[in-house]
Design a protein around this ligand. Sequence first.
Ligand SMILES: [Zn+2]
Ligand SMILES: [Zn+2]
Length: 277
Amino acid sequence: MKNASSVVKAAGLLLFHLIPLALIWTGTTGRNWAAFGATYVLAMLTVAGGLHRYFSHRSFRTSRAFQFLMALMAGCIFGDAVEFSAEHRWHHRHSDSERDFHSPKLGIWQSWIGHIIDNPLTEEEMLRMTPDLACYPELVWLHRYWIVPGVVTAALFLTLGGYRMFACAYCLGILATLHGVSAVNYFCHTGRSCNFETRDRSSNSFILAVLIMGEGWHNNHHQYPSAARAGIKWYEIDMIYWLIKALSWIGVVWSVRDVPESAKAALGKRSAEASLA
Ligand SMILES: [Zn+2]
Ligand SMILES: [Zn+2]
């Protein structure tokens, strides 16, 4: 491990997996699981809609206040807009080459967990790769002190909700989000279902798209990374995109980038031909 931050991340991840184990003896309530569901949905919206589609790809525009809110929500689950975006932009630039540090070619551990603990990018590289984010002092603060909002949120869950609420809603909610995203890193670069012939090994997964709200249309996403939409065909459900569109209707976000109409038409035609064949 290259620095203290990696040690903290490794210890934190281990704790997040160990803490919920005691639920086996304490039991859980319906309220705990309802809170787990709410945390999971909110955390996934934050990671997929905020960290991925907004901060990493700038697929829509918004106000500085809403941008800060998304970064703060990410911070509450130990997410960091600058680090996530730098790492993710690196992934798109070097997908499935030897420089892609969460490619399945490096093994399931590195693809799933290892890259989270040991981000090989230096601080200078991360800031250099995110000049559009590093120009905001509040985002740089959340990047430098990434642990603060997460620890405060965890303390609030524990103090106000008690052990069972903390372990079930917070720890398991965040773990489900983290493993969902890692499942895309791994399975959507080892699968076979593709709409486009990209230069990498990206693929689509209907199951992951349902479970993690549209992020499973990863081959579509690698073809059009700057589009807010990942699901293109009519049945490619993409809840994150629907939410972004809904936010645009009420003026919270704007300039939502779509895939080219020609791509939608070509895929629609191919689907129709396939159903007739
Ligand atoms: Zn990818
Ligand atoms: Zn991406």
